[in-house]
Design a protein around this ligand. Structure first.
Ligand code: ZN
Length: 180
């Protein structure tokens, strides 16, 4: 694992921050820092009332995401180096993203998937998910390859979201100016 990270200082980065477009690297060290990072990501996810959060959304290009498809802490799940397979069925539903506040896009995804990942101790496990769980895993897995819900926008959806995307762009540019 690269540098030491102050996990308490991590916050959710918003579109169009370039880190959201990076392909993430596999996690190699299952250490205390990784566990503290996952705990912080779960905290940020719940604070934002989200159902998933991927490492690039806190500025780290690691293949890791946390989720709770019900939004309840009892369903918290941490997936390190996740791989999806056996994608079957298809369904469409509106999706939001903690990195794109206010944006909602109908996205077609497989309605059933299997996922293989490691837990925080580095132990591999496998799960099957349907409907919302399958959708959350596919959304979060997309983040690890730099893919966002805006990439699924139809022409109609682009028009609907045009103003909010412009605002996010302006907010990002203003933030850059302040930190420069
Ligand atoms: Zn997202």
């Amino acid at each position: 694992m690269p540098k030491t990270i102050d996990v308490e200082k991590l916050s959710i980065v918003h579109y169009p921050h370039p880190v959201l477009r990076k392909a993430c690297q596999p996690v190699e060290q299952f250490d205390d820092q990784l566990r503290r990072l996952a705990a912080r990501m779960l905290e940020l996810m719940h604070l934002g009332r989200g159902v998933g959060l991927a490492a690039p959304q806190v500025g780290l290009t690691w293949r890791l995401f946390v989720c709770s498809h019900t939004g309840e802490p009892g369903d918290d799940l941490v997936l390190v180096n996740p791989e999806l397979f056996d994608l079957t069925g298809v369904g469409e539903r509106e999706e939001g993203c903690l990195s794109l506040p206010g944006v909602s896009v109908p996205v077609r995804r497989a309605s059933s998937v299997r996922i293989q990942a490691c837990d925080l101790e580095g132990n591999p496990f496998e799960r099957e998910g349907t409907d919302l769980a399958a959708r959350v895993w596919q959304h979060e897995h997309d983040h690890l390859d730099g893919r966002l819900i805006v990439d699924y926008m139809s022409e109609a959806s682009k028009i609907i979201n045009r103003r909010i995307l412009k605002q996010l762009q302006a907010d990002y540019e203003n933030g850059q100016k302040k930190s420069a």
